[in-house]
Design a protein around this ligand. Structure first.
Ligand SMILES: NC(=O)c1ccc[n+]([C@@H]2O[C@H](COP(=O)([O-])OP(=O)(O)OC[C@H]3O[C@@H](n4cnc5c(N)ncnc54)[C@H](OP(=O)(O)O)[C@@H]3O)[C@@H](O)[C@H]2O)c1
Length: 343
């Protein structure tokens, strides 16, 4: 047992590679005047967390040792002298871009991200700046709340904040991972027609149960973009969540309508692309880079989740001691989210 007054258990990354993630006992920090200390209830994993451990996510920005994992939910156990936003006992959620509160992002937002370069939440306790924490909806558990900061907000910011999604529009969602399932749930709740691409018919069936209108297996139908055109009577989708990246971006241009929006979110298939500019020019495609979203949108999203009763989809909850197994599970792909719960 750790001495909860002075020390805490924390997973730390000492060098790139999952073998170098170890469960250590380290000093517990005290909150500074503008900070809060939370007892972490649960964290959720994102592809970013795995990419950081693997050394393929801005490796020069990763301090070592690092407490990884940006997305956490927990209970406030101490507040700094200047904090008025929260009190001890409040349940809060972390916010990845901790200095991006509203409006346009500052050029240095990535320098203030949790889970690298700032310490993350894979520990018994976590320090957050009070102004960048968000009150957890009372209707959901810590496990559910921990899934919201990146995956849900990324989908929301793409579809709603930038995309201004309207009922009756068509949205293409790539895959059934964390961002994508939230994208499906949000688009369906707002009355959009949702087309999901997946490598698995079984996952496609589960996506249907969550409200997907059309499923395209991108393994058996590699020309999925043409299929989207067919399903939309040659018009193309209004919006598409691009989590795959790489050369597939050209397919996404084909799958979207003239002036459609592609939210460039992920890089599962590569961080560079050869884009056919003439197609983009003639279709006047809006290619919108996405970096999660700001805190104000996070709070708006939480209200909408309450109103629409959107419940995060969690494939598996791992105990704190099995964090490595949780990362390994994420690497294999999950339907929705992987969560790690504190003991
Ligand atoms: N820019 C941002 O703000 C931001 C925020 C969050 C995430 N991301 C990025 O977005 C990507 C997805 O993140 P995540 O956390 O949702 O990942 P994840 O939970 O690991 O989801 C991965 C899923 O993507 C699907 N997939 C893989 N290759 C595909 C392909 N060729 N076509 C269609 N689907 C494919 C698979 O779904 P099936 O098993 O159904 O085939 C797989 O399960 C990552 O690159 C991540 O870094 C970016």
């Amino acid at each position: 047992m750790s001495d909860i007054n002075k020390t805490m258990k924390a997973w730390q990354l000492h060098a790139f590679g999952l073998d170098n993630l170890t469960l250590d006992t380290i000093a517990k920090s005290e909150p500074k005047a503008h900070e809060i200390l939370i007892k972490v209830g649960a964290v959720s994993l994102n592809f970013r967390d795995k990419a950081i451990v693997d050394g393929i996510y801005e490796p020069e920005m990763i301090p070592k040792p690092l407490i990884p994992v940006s997305d956490a939910a927990g209970t406030v156990v101490a507040v700094g002298a200047d904090v008025t936003k929260f009190k001890v006992g409040d349940r809060v959620i972390s916010h990845l871009y901790s200095h991006w509160i509203e409006g346009a992002p500052a050029p240095d937002e990535p320098a203030h991200c949790l889970g690298a370069p700032y310490p993350g939440g894979l520990a018994e306790y976590m320090i957050l700046e009070a102004e960048s924490a968000v009150l957890a909806p009372s209707t959901i558990t810590d496990e559910e709340a921990s899934t919201l900061p990146i995956a849900a907000l990324t989908a929301w910011f793409s579809l709603v904040t930038y995309g201004n999604l309207k009922a009756g529009e068509t949205v293409v969602i790539q895959g059934t991972g964390g961002v994508s399932i939230f994208g499906l749930q949000i688009a369906h709740a707002l009355g959009a027609r949702v087309i999901v691409t997946t490598s698995s018919d079984a996952k496609g069936q589960k996506a249907r149960e969550l409200g997907a209108d059309e499923i395209i297996n991108y393994v058996t139908t590699p020309d999925w973009a043409k299929k989207v055109q067919h399903l939309t009577n040659g018009k193309g989708a209004d919006q598409l969540l691009e989590v795959v990246g790489g050369e597939g971006l050209n397919d996404s241009v084909e799958a979207t309508k003239v002036t459609g929006q592609i939210a460039v979110i992920g890089f599962l298939a590569g961080q560079t692309t050869n884009l056919d500019l003439m197609r983009v020019i003639f279709k006047q495609t809006k290619i919108q880079g996405i970096a999660v979203g700001h805190l104000t949108a996070f709070e708006e999203m939480n209200k909408a989740f309450d109103a629409y009763n959107i419940k995060p989809v969690i494939e598996k909850v791992y105990p704190f001691e099995q964090a490595v197994e949780a990362y390994q599970h994420l690497a294999k792909g999950a339907f929705g989210k992987i969560v790690i719960k504190m003991s």
